[in-house]
Design a protein around this ligand. Structure first.
Ligand SMILES: C[S@@+](CC[C@H](N)C(=O)[O-])C[C@H]1O[C@@H](n2cnc3c(N)ncnc32)[C@H](O)[C@@H]1O
Length: 275
């Protein structure tokens, strides 16, 4: 099948992701563990925006039939080795080349924010409608993505070398103007959104992913927005789990909160197709 011309990920981006995945730790895999819990009774699963198929590999140990969809051929390279049972389809989420009413579970893991940020509002709704179309009646949709940190500032301690990294991030980030203020010594005041973007994006600095990542934010969905979008296409939320504490991201940078409450930066939404 032909690669979509508009695909966000080419060969160098795909290569970066694959190499990074080789050193994933428990925290990186947490989202897949959470998703897997909802796949217990499933027989036909599709992962839309499956990338290199890590979740397909994990899910195929307990689900009979696994399908992966991605717009990028480059990202899907290697699935046939890692998960030989997976059927791979190259197409875009808003025009799924898949049968209607076939799957009892559909997942999107960190894919939908790309549709929202790089596509149109229409495309977002079409993608969700397509996911509903391919589900059996009562079938489940697992949506994992980035939570919006919300308004407000926090004060944090960051060692000076990490403040330098933050300055580099702020000078390169294009999605909005990111700027911290120095309070005293190594204590800075920073908006929750900028802190979240910095803590989850510094790994992409000076990598093939830099340009893409500096032009999108990881403050994407609120629960209310997800509820509205899903209701509009005929899906009902059954469960909502927030995970990935920013405190751990700060600790990884030898930092800590001085004032302000920590928060979770990702969510898993479990929805069901309504008829
Ligand atoms: C950030 S990666 C996430 C990969 C994997 N699901 C994970 O959780 O690690 C996003 C993936 O979604 C794919 N993608 C982005 N927009 C898409 C679209 N509109 N239709 C299909 N795939 C898309 C990208 O090619 C990429 O492989």
């Amino acid at each position: 099948m032909e690669q979509s011309d508009e695909s966000l990920y080419g060969a160098s981006e795909a290569d970066f992701f694959r190499k990074r995945a080789e050193s994933w730790d428990k925290r990186d895999l947490q989202k897949f563990d959470l998703m897997l819990k909802y796949c217990e009774d499933s027989t036909r699963l599709v992962d839309v925006g499956c990338g290199w198929g890590k979740f397909l590999e994990i899910a195929s140990k307990q689900v009979d039939e696994v399908w992966g969809v991605d717009e990028s051929i480059e990202m899907t390279k290697g699935i046939e080795q890692n998960c030989p049972r997976a059927q791979v389809v190259i197409c875009r989420a808003d025009n799924l080349d898949l049968p209607s009413g076939y799957f009892d579970i559909a997942v999107t893991s960190q894919m939908l924010h790309e549709v929202k940020l790089f596509g149109t509002r229409d495309e977002l709704y079409r993608s969700l409608s397509e996911i509903r179309r391919i589900l059996v009646s009562g079938g489940k949709y697992l949506l994992v993505d980035h939570l919006d940190a919300g308004d407000g500032n926090v004060d944090v301690f960051l060692p000076s070398e990490k403040v330098k990294l933050l300055q580099e991030f702020e000078s390169k980030f294009k999605y909005y103007r990111a700027k911290h203020n120095v309070m005293a010594g190594d204590i800075i005041r920073i908006s929750k959104r900028t802190l979240q973007d910095f803590l989850s994006k510094d790994i992409f600095l000076n990598s093939p992913m830099e340009s893409l990542e500096m032009n999108e934010t990881h403050n994407v969905f609120t629960r209310g927005e997800v509820e509205d979008c899903l209701a509009a296409v005929g899906m009902r939320i059954e469960d909502w789990i927030e995970f990935m504490d920013v405190t751990d991201d700060l600790i990884n940078k030898d930092g800590r909160f001085i004032s302000g409450k920590p928060w979770m930066r990702k969510f898993l939404c479990v929805a069901a197709r309504e008829d």
